[in-house]
Design a protein around this ligand. Structure first.
Ligand SMILES: [Ca+2]
Length: 323
C-alpha cells in the first residue's frame, strides 16, 4: 500500500505482483493543522477551488511565518466568483482549543458587510458545515465602500481566532474551510459618484477580492491584541518630506513590532517598540496634501522553535495633516 506523499489526504493504491489497484481516497487525519504555514510543497494538505496558490510575496505583502503563504483571489470572476481553501482533517489536542491564523484581505471594489466576502466554516466528522460568525474583524468595516483601491493596501495584516475548544481532546476529526467571495454586483447608486460620472464603477484596475493567509495553528489561548488607541499617538507636521509618528508608553505591547503601511504608496515601514510599549518611527509625509497610514503592531514571538505565536493587532488609519 502506498500512502500519499508527506501523509496528506489523497488516493491510496495497493500494488500486488506489479499490478496497481484503483486509487481509493484516503482521508489523512493529523493532529493539529497540516501544513498550516504553507511551507510544504505549496497547498499540500489542502483542497482548493477557484483561484488559490501558495506564494512567497504578493506585491509588497510577505508571509507572516517563514517563506510562503496562501493567496486566494476572485480574479477569475471579480463580481460573482468564489474561491475556497479547505484543510485536511485534523484533531484538536486537549488544551489547544483555539484556531489562530494571520490574514490580509484586499478588494478594489467591496461593498457592504465583510461577511459578504469572507467566511470561515468548521466541517465536522459528519461533513456538516457550520459558519463561524465574527471571525473576521469588525475593524474591517471601515474598508467598505472606499473609493481608494484597497487591492494594493488591503486591510493590513491581522490575526483572527476561532474557538474550537468543543473539539479539544475529543479525537473528532474536523476541517476548516475558508471562503472568499467576489466584490458583488456594482450598485447603481453610490453617494460618492454622480450619475454622469464617466468612471462610474470602473475605477479599479485590479477588480475582485483577495485573501492572504499564513500561520494557521492551534493555540491554548484565544487572546487577540487590541488595536492601537489613537489617543496615544502623536505626529510631527511634515518637514522635508518626513513626519515622525510617536506612541506613548503602553501604546503597544512591550517589544512589539509597529507597522506603518502607506495608504497610497503601499510601502510598509516598521520599527520595534521599547520595553515600555512606546515607539517612534519616521515616515514619508507630504506638506502639500494629507498623508494616510494604516497602523498596527505584532506581539513578539515567544517560541524558541521554528513555530511562531506572534499575533497581529487590528489596524487603524492615521492621517498626517499637511500643515
Ligand atoms: Ca508560511
Amino acid at each position: 500500500m502506498i500512502v500519499p506523499e508527506a501523509a496528506s489526504a489523497g488516493p491510496v493504491t495497493v500494488t500486488v505482483g506489479g499490478k496497481t489497484s484503483n486509487g481509493i481516497f484516503f482521508d489523512f487525519v493529523s493532529e493539529g493543522i497540516p501544513n498550516g504555514s504553507f511551507e510544504k510543497d505549496g497547498l499540500k494538505g489542502y483542497a482548493a477551488t477557484g483561484t488559490v496558490i501558495a506564494t512567497t510575496a504578493q506585491r509588497t505583502n510577505k508571509p507572516t511565518h517563514l517563506d510562503h503563504m496562501a493567496w486566494m483571489s476572485t480574479l477569475h470572476n471579480p463580481a460573482n466568483g468564489q474561491s475556497t481553501l479547505t484543510t485536511d482533517r485534523f484533531t484538536v489536542s486537549d488544551g489547544l482549543g483555539y484556531l489562530v491564523f494571520d490574514y490580509h484581505f484586499m478588494g478594489s471594489l467591496v461593498f457592504g458587510d465583510i461577511k459578504n466576502h469572507l467566511e470561515l466554516r468548521i466541517i465536522d466528522e459528519n461533513n456538516t458545515e457550520t459558519i463561524m460568525n465574527d471571525v473576521f474583524s469588525a475593524n474591517m468595516e471601515k474598508h467598505r465602500e472606499s473609493i481608494i483601491s484597497r487591492y494594493a493596501i488591503g486591510s493590513g495584516l491581522q490575526s483572527a481566532v476561532v474557538d474550537v475548544s468543543t473539539y479539544a481532546g475529543q479525537g473528532i476529526p474536523i476541517k476548516i474551510k475558508f471562503i472568499l467571495k467576489g466584490s458583488g454586483p456594482i450598485p447603481t447608486d453610490r453617494p460618492d459618484l454622480l450619475p454622469d460620472d464617466s468612471n462610474r464603477g470602473s475605477f479599479p484596475n485590479k477588480p475582485g477580492t483577495s485573501l492572504l493567509l499564513d500561520n494557521i495553528r492551534l493555540s491554548g489561548t484565544g487572546f487577540l491584541p487590541a488595536p492601537i488607541d489613537l489617543n496615544t499617538i502623536t505626529m510631527t507636521l511634515p518637514l522635508a518630506g518626513k513626519s515622525t509618528i510617536s506612541g506613548l508608553a503602553g501604546s503597544v505591547v512591550s517589544d512589539g513590532t509597529i507597522y506603518a503601511h502607506g495608504l497610497v504608496s503601499g510601502i510598509r515601514h516598521e520599527t520595534t517598540a521599547a520595553a515600555d510599549g512606546s515607539f517612534s518611527i519616521d515616515v514619508p509625509a507630504s506638506s502639500v496634501q494629507d498623508t494616510y497610514y494604516i497602523l498596527y503592531y505584532s506581539t513578539p514571538k515567544t517560541t524558541i522553535d521554528n513555530s511562531s505565536n506572534r499575533l497581529f493587532s487590528p489596524n487603524i488609519t492615521l492621517k498626517i495633516p499637511h500643515e
